[in-house]
Design a protein around this ligand. Structure first.
Ligand SMILES: CC(=O)SCCNC(=O)CCNC(=O)[C@H](O)C(C)(C)COP(=O)(O)OP(=O)(O)OC[C@H]1O[C@@H](n2cnc3c(N)ncnc32)[C@H](O)[C@@H]1OP(=O)(O)O
Ligand SMILES: O=C([O-])CC(=O)C(=O)O
Length: 377
């Protein structure tokens, strides 16, 4: 890449090869190992996508059962991790608790030194099984409430939601939560996945790579946007209030969280459309369409004023709210869903590794002399 083509933020730079996923913006398709993500989200379970992302093909019905079994067998969070989470101040943000928990898991991995593809697959399952427990229980611990363990009679997806809400989800809730996990599962090379691959490229381990990804995902320009969207909606309360809030922010040249995207730019995020549909259906079923209409009103204003479209976070936030997920857990849930994509990327990076080490466009001074400073003083 020449200095002439340099743009801040690595815009449009191809940073690595991957066979995992690709954003085909022109055809409005998110390609996941050859399949359309929205198609997968509508028809299959998150457990199928775990197989697809980690093994490169959709699992057979028997393999699917094996995946569920492996997830349930791995679902024992070490006591030491609970002790670490319990030692954090109650005010710790759940993303910070999650970052600490994911990092600490490395010490409890009996085969940490083994970086083979098979060991990393086992590690991916461990993380997939344990991250939802860290997400839910760090929240309960911070509130002085009892721990919630997964139930053997619930599916993996239902358990993830149950551990957060402490309520057995209805079939419809499980279906919508499955869609939430699906839309968040993998998305080519966002900042967090790039961070994970950069860390993995030093031959560091999967825990380190995913710890870096949690830190990346916390930021409001990335994963943290879903929490920020919900806070705006909760603050505004009504359609009129939300219209006022959005217009005021735009007048103050503030960004509206949940809009814009580096890759989609001024096109729709296909995942936002699926979540918008889910929000409409959930609103109809509950007889309360206030949030849906607030979102529609905000979408219209931002499109008219800025020509920007909603990204996934804009519509996933109210869907998670209606599922009973606390706002502070929206970004942790995003990470829990993304573990599978991140694990696939880390594994792929290690299989064809070359250290990431880009260069800079230096804008600092040259020719400063220490001897001159000494002479001046
Ligand atoms: C699942 C995800 O992680 S999706 C992303 C979630 N993040 C958000 O929703 C945060 C809000 N959005 C944004 O900040 C941006 O759109 C990003 C970070 C996602 C993409 O950023 P970039 O590609 O770097 O675009 P950049 O920030 O340079 O914006 C380009 C222009 O669009 C404007 N713009 C971009 N997003 C928004 C927004 N959400 N609200 C208002 N204006 C915006 C910028 O102000 C800028 O305008 P200007 O050229 O007049 O200065
Ligand atoms: O692709 C991105 O830059 C951010 C995003 O939508 C995601 O990680 O899901």
């Amino acid at each position: 890449m020449s200095i002439e083509s340099y743009k801040p933020g690595l815009e449009n730079v191809i940073a690595c090869e991957t066979s995992i996923s690709y954003l085909d913006v022109e055809h409005e398709e998110i390609v996941i190992r050859g399949y359309d993500l929205i198609d997968l989200a509508r028809q299959l379970s998150y457990v199928d996508v775990i197989g697809l992302l980690l093994d490169g093909r959709l699992p057979s019905p028997d393999e699917r059962v094996t995946i569920e079994q492996m997830l349930s067998e791995q679902a024992h969070l070490p006591e030491g991790i609970y002790a670490i989470l319990s030692s954090l101040p109650a005010s710790t943000h759940p993303m910070d608790a999650l970052r600490t928990g994911v990092s600490a898991l490395s010490g409890f991995d009996p085969e940490l030194a083994n970086a083979s593809v098979e060991a990393n697959r086992r590690r991916a399952f461990r993380l997939l099984a344990l991250v939802p427990q860290i997400v839910a229980n760090s929240y309960h611990i911070a509130r002085g409430e009892g721990l919630v363990q997964p139930r053997s009679d619930l599916s993996f997806v239902a358990n993830c939601l149950y551990m957060i809400t402490k309520r057995e989800p209805s079939a419809a809730e499980e279906r919508y939560y499955n869609q939430v996990l699906m839309v968040y599962c993998e998305h080519e090379l966002p900042n967090s996945t790039f961070a994970a691959r950069v860390i993995a490229s030093t031959q560091s381990d999967m825990y380190g790579a995913l710890t870096g990804a949690v830190a990346s995902l916390k930021g409001p320009l990335h994963g943290g946007a879903n929490e920020a969207v919900m806070n705006m909606l909760l603050e505004a309360q009504t359609v009129e209030g939300f219209e006022r809030l959005v217009r005021t922010k735009l007048a103050n040249k503030e960004k509206i969280m949940g809009f814009g995207h580096r890759v989609y730019m001024r096109k729709s995020d296909p995942r936002a459309l699926l979540m918008k549909e889910a929000l409409r259906e959930m609103s109809e079923a509950s007889g309360d369409d206030r949030l849906y209409h607030m979102c529609l009103a905000g979408e219209e204003i931002v499109r008219e004023e800025k020509g920007l479209f909603p990204n996934l976070d804009y519509y996933a936030a109210p869907v998670m709210h209606l599922l009973g997920i606390p706002v502070e857990l929206f970004t942790p849930v995003f990470f829990a869903a993304r573990v599978v994509g991140l694990a696939a990327h880390v594994t792929e990076q290690l299989e064809h590794n070359r250290l990431f080490r880009p260069r800079v466009l230096y804008t600092g001074p040259r020719g400063n002399k220490v001897s001159q400073i000494i002479a001046d003083n």
